[in-house]
Design a protein around this ligand. Structure first.
Ligand code: DAH
Length: 340
């Protein structure tokens, strides 16, 4: 078979193959067989140089014309297959089926609880303030009456960035910034992230969230603290919830207390969640230590104030009955989508 005969045969073979091809993929493999890099027509075009001058002119011309024709045929066949495919897809549509609902995200449970805490306290007259997460020793410790050698610093001492700066271990640092920038009276809440050298387990995380509170004015009394916190707890957990203040120690408050609420699971009867004693510890609080006022230049003889700090994760876990703190940080949608 000479080259011209081969071209004739290719033309017929392609037509037959295309007539038999089922689907776009088969059309494409026919195309590759003839026009691909090692295709039959391609190799004829490549070997033109082996032919005599006259043959080359004739075969070259015919081969190029054929190539043009084949390209057009393949395109046409491909288009035909595609439109057939989309027609048949169209035929399968059942307009009576329910539509596909778009996936709508939900607010993260921690954000939800944090917003709720803020709302309640804002309704009691507090304003939001924010402060840095990368903090100097002065704001995180010294100004809060936690000196270098104080034992309570151990639980907090961590994540130093250099000799002076560290990731804050509580939101109490913001108290100092606020008081340095504003004169009393003031009534602020300070929500944010904090960092601790805690090994991660079901109830500990190296990072969690707190909301801090601070109120300073002439004549602020411990009973004001008690009133604000019991009002807060009743609004947050339910009107039948009791609060109890237990003496405690914090360097930045004097006197200090821990605040418990009657167990929201068993209403104080005693259950697994409250370890049988009917109370759940919920936050730390106290009257601002005069030393803290001195460190920001407030006169402790003129002003008094109270402060408190609560863990957002702890409250969210109690409210939703979540038993593992790690669930908050894993971004598992099966967990997150339950909070609608
Ligand atoms: N900073 C304390 C902590 O992280 C919480 C706290 C307790 C804050 C008593 C206060 C307070 O403002 O008065 O454990």
């Amino acid at each position: 078979m000479n080259a011209l005969e081969k071209l004739e045969k290719i033309k017929i073979d392609v037509e037959t193959a295309l007539a038999e091809a089922k689907g776009a993929q088969e059309v494409d493999s026919v195309r590759v067989k003839y026009l691909g890099r090692k295709g039959e027509l391609t190799s004829i075009l490549r070997s033109l140089s082996d032919l005599s001058k006259e043959e080359k002119a004739e075969v070259g011309k015919r081969a190029n014309i054929l190539k043009g024709e084949l390209v057009a045929k393949f395109t046409q066949a491909q288009n035909a297959m595609e439109s057939e495919q989309s027609n048949s897809v169209g035929k399968e549509i059942d307009v009576t089926l329910p539509g596909i609902a778009p996936r709508v995200g939900t607010v993260h449970p921690l954000t939800r609880v944090m917003v709720r805490i803020n709302e309640i306290l804002i309704s009691l007259g507090f304003k939001i303030a924010e402060g840095p997460e990368i903090e100097s020793e002065f704001y995180n410790f010294e100004a809060l009456n936690i000196p270098l050698d104080h034992p309570s610093r151990d639980a907090f001492d961590t994540f130093y960035i250099d000799k002076e700066y560290l990731l804050r271990s509580h939101t109490s640092n913001v108290q100092i910034h606020v008081m340095q920038n504003q004169a009393p009276p003031l009534q602020v809440i300070m929500p944010g992230r904090v960092y601790r050298p805690d090994a991660v387990d079901a109830s500990h995380s190296f990072m969690f969230h707190q909301v801090e509170g601070l109120m300073v004015d002439k004549g602020i009394k411990f009973s004001d603290l008690k009133g604000v916190l019991s009002m807060f707890c009743k609004t947050m957990f339910g009107k039948d919830i009791e609060t109890r203040l237990r003496p405690h120690f914090f360097p930045f408050t004097e006197p200090s207390c821990e605040v418990d609420i009657s167990c929201i699971m068993c209403m104080g009867k005693g259950c697994r969640v409250c370890s049988g004693n009917g109370w759940l510890e919920i936050l730390g609080a106290g009257m601002v230590n005069p030393k803290v006022f001195e460190s920001v230049g407030y006169d402790p003889n003129e002003y008094t104030g109270f402060a408190f700090g609560m863990g957002v994760e702890r409250i969210a876990m109690l409210l939703y009955g979540i038993e593992d703190i790690r669930l908050f940080y894993e971004n598992d949608v099966r967990f997150l989508k339950q909070f609608k």
